[in-house]
Design a protein around this ligand. Structure first.
Ligand code: MN3
Length: 213
């Protein structure tokens, strides 16, 4: 996934549309993945089609090198490359998982910084709820290896802030509106049940293996 560049493709959903029931309904997952994410992929490809030099860049490079993007397409690329990156990670780290919390080093770090899993979840929830309008809540890792919980507006991605994105929580209305309507709080409470902690821990390990963000 990381070395993928133009022409970007829609990554398949790594589970059935119904896999996250009853917490997230099949129709929401279908629309979110097959329509919303697909649109970000298509719009990113459209934005890049007349720029041969940019076609060689990966998603991460497009997000990190905003200064070299032509003014005419900069915001478009930020929105759509961020949209693809953020959603790829969001769908990847969800799934059916028998483990309800992390086990290894990640758990130690969470307990060290947030005292308990409950406090960690409460802070991520509060941060995501404080995001006015469309955006994301995140658990990220900073360069020093410490954890940081942040929110970002629209499709802004933590890698542009030198943070390694570990857990993305989509709080755009399209992520929950069909089932939860305006009850963003209920969506977030239920969403904690669909985090696949095994995948999150593998992803956390890649941060250390890469030795960089
Ligand atoms: Mn979304």
């Amino acid at each position: 996934m990381e070395r993928e560049h133009y022409k970007f493709s829609l990554l398949p959903l790594p589970y059935d549309y119904s896999a996250l029931e009853p917490y997230i309904d099949s129709e929401t997952i279908y629309l979110h993945h097959d329509r919303h994410l697909k649109t970000y992929v298509e719009n990113l490809n459209l934005a890049l089609q007349d720029y041969p030099n940019l076609k060689k860049l990966t998603l991460e490079e497009l997000i990190l090198n905003q200064r070299i993007l032509p003014d005419k397409i900069r915001q478009n690329i930020i929105n759509n490359a961020g949209g693809v990156y953020n959603h790829n990670l969001y769908f990847q780290i969800m799934g059916k998982c028998s483990i309800k919390e992390p086990q290894g080093m990640l758990k130690k770090l969470i307990l060290k910084q947030y005292s308990s899993m409950e406090n960690f979840k409460a802070l991520l929830k509060k941060t995501a709820l404080s995001q006015f309008g469309s955006g994301w809540g995140w658990l990220t890792v900073c360069r020093s290896g410490g954890l940081r919980i942040i929110s970002t507006a629209n499709q802004n991605c933590p890698i542009s802030m030198n943070l390694f994105p570990l857990i993305p929580l989509d709080v755009w209305e399209h992520a929950y509106y069909l089932k939860y309507q305006n009850r963003r709080t209920d969506y977030i409470d239920n969403w904690f049940n669909v985090i696949n902690w095994g995948i999150v821990e593998n992803h956390f390990d890649t941060f250390y293996k890469k030795g960089k963000i």
